[in-house]
Write a protein that binds this ligand. Structure first.
Ligand code: HAM
Length: 403
């Protein structure tokens, strides 16, 4: 038997209902916020992710599904959605058009990680990206949008917030941090030693407990922000407070992708185990330029759909449409025709086997139909159909032409 690859799941039946319920809910909210759908390819040039997510990140360094295609192109399955959307934004010359451009997307992402609960190799994200708005109000709006989606789905969360500074204040801070970490270099893990050369800020979210103990006294970035970054961070906190969105400052929140500046945030759930991040995002004002576009401020987020599916409180599913069945086999052709007509306006489930009434009622209940409509030999003779409303349990026999 051939099974699906490790960390790659099928989505069907009840899971699919949850999946589409999530997509519909998130799409509806993104549209209310004025975002438009964008779809980018699953496969992109590897260079796109090297330049955006960053060669020093785990995602690019260790987790890419990368290969040389038949035309000798170095390509990979997208590990995340932002880079592709930025590429499309630049390729379509929207960076030159000016104004604000807001997109949402959803689809499969691929990371060759060690699979465990909540961590897959093929997973799905719903994301949004906003281009052209430098105001921190847009950052707050992103956070509110995630909050609205989670609220609509009945999902509780904690919001973690940090500022990663900008070109003005980050370099000085980086130097201070490197100085601090050099002092305790003998006790830190190999990954952190490597990070010192590649991307020192990432030592802050090292999962090694010993490293974390050593970094307790490390300089904090939010205490070294320049006045612009500090004012923006203050405004962001004020907007969130005014809109009753609770947050925790997490000075170690640096995110696993290299393109962020200023605002960084993550929504976590305490109810799904160790892979607790259900959404993450932030500002990335320099990425459009990195990908050869005209400098354009940008901010966005992405939510992990599989993790959210564990938490969604589904609305009670209402009975819908018709179940049509026949008690005699000579009526089957007739009910097929009837179902075809009814499907113009309703969901119709049909059984091609003649059955007794009790079995049809059971099947109609299983199909969650609102009406069970049955044709027996009497009904066929008299051009009637027997209909039971499964919600209020009333029954009637009506002429086919009135059905
Ligand atoms: P990210 O934090 O890497 O951000 O991923 C966003 C979300 O995707 C995570 O919070 C998590 O819920 C889900 N996720 C990530 N990896 C996996 C996995 N292996 N299995 C299951 N779920 C996973 C980004 O991808 C950025 N592009 C977000 C962004 C958009 N920033 C700005 N705009």
């Amino acid at each position: 038997m051939i099974n699906s690859l490790r960390g790659m799941n099928d989505i069907l039946s009840e899971d699919y209902e949850r999946f589409t319920y999530f997509i519909n809910t998130a799409t509806g909210i993104a549209q209310k916020y004025g975002f438009h759908f964008i779809q980018t390819p699953l496969l992109e040039e590897t260079a796109l992710f090297k330049r955006s997510v960053g060669e020093s990140s785990d995602i690019v360094g260790k987790e890419m599904y990368q290969f040389i295609d038949k035309g000798e192109n170095d390509v990979c399955l997208r590990p995340e959605g932002t880079a592709g959307v930025v590429r499309a934004f630049v390729q379509k010359k929207l960076d030159r058009a000016g104004g604000i451009h807001r997109f949402f997307y959803h689809g499969a992402m691929f990371r060759y990680e060690r699979p465990q609960k909540g961590r897959l190799r093929q997973f799905h994200q719903f994301g949004v990206e906003s281009f052209g708005e430098a105001s921190v109000y847009e950052d707050a709006t992103m956070i509110m949008m995630v909050g609205d989606i989670l609220k609509k789905l009945g999902i509780g969360y904690r919001l973690k917030l940090n500022s990663l500074g900008d070109n003005n204040c980050m370099p000085d801070y980086r130097t201070k941090l490197v100085g601090f970490v050099q002092e305790c270099k003998d006790g830190i893990c190999e990954d952190c030693i490597r990070r010192l050369d590649t991307n020192p800020i990432r030592v802050l979210d090292c999962k090694n407990e010993k490293c974390q103990e050593l970094y307790v006294g490390a300089p904090k970035l939010i205490q070294h922000l320049c006045s612009t970054c500090s004012d923006d961070f203050g405004t962001l906190k004020k907007i969130l407070q005014e809109n009753s969105i609770a947050y925790e400052i997490d000075t170690n929140l640096v995110r696993g992708l290299d393109y962020y500046s200023k605002t960084a945030f993550e929504f976590v759930s305490d109810n799904i185990g160790s892979q607790s991040a259900i959404a993450g995002g932030g500002r990335y004002d320099r990425l459009v330029e990195f990908l050869d576009g005209r400098a354009t401020p940008a901010v966005g987020f992405a939510m992990g759909i599989e993790r959210l599916m564990e938490l969604i409180v589904m609305p009670e599913s209402k009975r819908e449409g018709y179940y049509i069945g026949a008690m005699e086999s000579e009526a089957i052709d007739f009910i097929v025709k009837l179902a075809h007509k009814k499907r113009a306006d309703y969901k119709v489930t049909i059984d091609y086997k003649a059955k007794n009434l009790k079995n049809h009622l059971k099947a109609a209940d299983k199909a969650n139909a609102k009406y069970c409509a049955i044709i027996g030999s009497d009904e066929l003779k008299n051009s009637n159909i027997w209909v039971k409303n499964l919600e209020n349990q009333t029954e009637q026999t009506v002429l086919i032409e009135d059905f």
